[in-house]
Design a protein around this ligand. Sequence first.
Ligand SMILES: [Zn+2]
Ligand SMILES: [Zn+2]
Length: 250
Amino acid sequence: MPWCDVVRGSLRDSYERYKHLLHGGSIDVDLAEKIENVEKNIINNIKNIIDLDKDLEEIIRELTENGVLDELIRDVGREFKVNVKDARKAVNTFLNGNLQDEQARIAFIVIQAVARLKAMHSEQKGLSEKARITPYCPVCGAESGTMVRYKGAFYMVCPFCGFMWRVSDTFTCPYCGNTDKLRLGVMTGKRSKRLGIAWCQECGRTWRVILDERVVLSVPRLLLPVIAHGAEIYREALSSVMDDESSGGE
Ligand SMILES: [Zn+2]
Ligand SMILES: [Zn+2]
């Protein structure tokens, strides 16, 4: 059984359990749970009518051409009391990154459900284990700023489709591949080492890391980037370290 199939807690239970790691940040759990249920329904409705071996772009194109995507968007719009007049336009507005638009947010939910189904299929085929040094999701193309430690290796987690891909067995910068321990590090709390902000002096990028495997195993996948966001409280300490190092002279 691939590890991605390990049963994880419900969204609400997981959130209650780990919300202290958010250090005051919060999410609307009722809304998140409603979206989760809607997406699960979509996944169940379409999983037998699409060829999951095709890439995501092709799947979306086919669902657009046969009218299924439009129908799903209008159905979800009704669930959230949003009258979607033009489903194609809603999709394009979402693809252009405008989530202020309520119709685009409906398109987001439908496309996220399709992407999650494709991500699950890719994980079942073992594609998470193929090492890739990149912050861009191999399934949907979204950029991830969240790394997790799992079984001693380091994986990135996609904030959109939930796909996880192995970066390396050793701590490695996902942006440039740097593994030099002197030019790479993680800033954590003095007492809690569960979350941290990682930095790379080779390329200057930073990203968030969940170092506690129990968190990785016990919460719904899309909650991981939310929890990792709690590491932001270490950013100030990180910038003072980086300032010290850059003023130290090389
Ligand atoms: Zn993705
Ligand atoms: Zn780097």
